[in-house]
Design a protein around this ligand. Structure first.
Ligand SMILES: C[S@@+](CC[C@H](N)C(=O)[O-])C[C@H]1O[C@@H](n2cnc3c(N)ncnc32)[C@H](O)[C@@H]1O
Length: 480
């Protein structure tokens, strides 16, 4: 007799038993795969059940909490037979943490699933039958993140500080140690939590919109050892100045403590106003042989080591000879623009964030790079307005701006259709697409490859072990 929780008669998930899943029902399921985004997947005949807290190869009892016409969502309540790919998780928080979903999934299996998901996205969304290159594994499986965002919350009367519980955005648990963050990051969390509890500082209440402390963001230059502590709060408070001084006293590598003030109701760790409480406003990181200055609110690649693998692949795809004029669309703080400028005649970054553009310009200056410039604005508008499409000035022949290669690195939503159109009109012989979302990559590649571009190769790179995230570099060539 199979073990079941008290009072539950599990329905066996098999092709013979086509009973549609009902909400509240407990099913006996064998997990056959991982769906895009990381949920485990089981099938009852043709009916799909997405299962939380399970891994491919597990046989579980799972309770259905949502039922739709074509699929159901369930939560595993008991593992009847564990997958052979299960390994002991290093972190004690894994069962509840919303971060590392796969720490107990053998790393080679994580990679195999990520690679297949890229190939599936290319085939189904991109209608492309190009085999992917083998995924590049991460060199460090732990302590790889140079930035962590922690939330303040409340458990009864007690202030909590840590990461979100899986599926709950307003209930952070007290983090002891995060194994994908750097060790000092967890030490700073414990220090700030102790300080806030001792001083009885109130966490921000998301429902009433009262209270003080919202987020703690810890950033570290992995190559320089410089640490930035960013406290996001609803208003200034004298205790926060004491906290900043205490942090600098306790952690000599803390080079910057900043306070970001926000009155927004939305849960975003960004301030409308920033004050430097201790040290400098920025920290330094070395990347691609250059030194980058990073401020609290600008984007910087979260895994420095693996981002260099991205850069290597992008440079291989661009195949620069030193004479090209290159566009880097969605350029952030110039992480790719500046290494490209060093290998080409000119690199132009296009970026909507004013802070990122300011940092990028400062980074160009700091590294003595004179052939990089940055155009601030929405990618689609900048491509339309700043390039010469009509031969009105001397930048290029009429109707086709003088650009030899383009790199795009958009946010998860992928390319705006207007940007795709401009890229097709541009006529640059080479296009490199860096993506953090294989499904929007597949969608955009379908459009590009229908019109003049051919996909040469695609390189998945694992930047975030133990999580479902996948990065890719796609190399495209103009076919006509
Ligand atoms: C994935 S990040 C890449 C940044 C940079 N390539 C790097 O590696 O550091 C995407 C960047 O696109 C910028 N961005 C988002 N939407 C944009 C838009 N519509 N036009 C221009 N830039 C945009 C963001 O501010 C962010 O810096």
């Amino acid at each position: 007799m199979e073990p079941t929780p008290a009072g539950v008669s599990p329905v066996r998930g098999s092709a013979e038993n086509q009973a549609p899943a009902r909400r509240g029902q407990t099913l006996d399921l064998t997990i056959s795969d991982l769906a895009f985004g990381g949920k485990a997947l089981a099938k009852i005949g043709g009916f799909v059940v997405f299962v939380e807290n399970a891994l491919p190869g597990d046989r579980v009892l799972a309770t259905v909490y949502r039922k739709r016409r074509q699929y159901a969502e369930a939560r595993a309540v008991e593992i009847l037979a564990p997958s052979l790919s299960r390994v002991p998780a290093r972190c004690d928080h894994v069962p509840i943490c919303g971060g590392c979903r796969f720490q107990d999934f053998d790393y080679p299996e994580q990679l195999r699933h990520k690679q297949r998901q890229v190939e599936d996205c290319l085939a189904h969304l991109g209608r492309l039958r190009v085999p992917s290159r083998p995924i590049l594994p991460a060199t460090s499986l732990f302590h790889y993140r140079n930035k962590m965002e922690y939330s303040f919350g409340r458990d009864g009367d007690r202030l909590t500080l840590g990461l979100h519980r899986r599926g709950l955005f307003d209930k952070p648990f007290d983090l002891e140690r995060c194994h994908i963050a750097t060790p000092i990051s967890s030490e700073i969390v414990a220090f700030v939590r102790d300080f806030a509890q001792r001083e009885a500082l109130p966490p921000y209440d998301l429902r009433r919109h009262t209270g003080l402390l919202r987020f703690l963001v810890v950033r570290e230059g992995i190559r320089t050892g410089q640490v930035m502590v960013n406290i996001v709060a609803s208003e200034p408070h004298p205790a926060l100045e004491r906290l900043a001084a205490a942090l600098r006293g306790a952690f000599p590598s803390v080079a910057s403590v900043v306070l970001n003030l926000t009155r927004r109701k939305a849960q975003v760790a960004l301030g409308e106003e920033e004050r430097v409480l201790e040290g400098q406003p920025t920290i330094l990181e070395r990347f691609g042989g250059l030194t980058f200055e990073i401020s609290s609110n600008s984007f910087f690649q979260t895994n420095t080591e693996q981002a260099e693998r991205l850069l290597d692949s992008a440079l291989e795809a661009l195949a620069l000879t030193g004479t090209e004029r290159v566009l880097d669309v969605y350029s952030g703080t110039g992480t790719f623009t500046l290494p490209i400028a060093m290998r080409s005649a000119e690199a132009i970054g296009i970026e909507s964030s004013e802070i990122a553009v300011r940092d990028a310009e400062r980074n160009a200056e700091r590294n003595g790079i004179k052939n990089a410039r940055f155009w601030r604005g929405e990618a689609m508008e900048v491509l339309r307005d700043r390039l010469d499409w009509g031969g009105r000035d001397a930048l290029g022949p009429p109707g086709r701006p003088d650009i030899h290669a383009v790199l795009v690195d958009p946010p998860r939503a992928g390319l705006h259709p207007g940007v795709v159109t401009r890229l097709i009109q541009l006529g640059a012989p080479r296009l490199v697409y860096i993506s953090c979302n294989p499904s929007t990559l597949g969608r955009d590649l379908a459009l590009l490859c229908e019109s003049r571009f051919a996909l040469e190769w695609i390189q998945p790179i694992d930047m975030f072990p133990h999580t479902p995230h996948i990065e890719c570099v796609a190399a495209l060539k103009r076919a006509g």
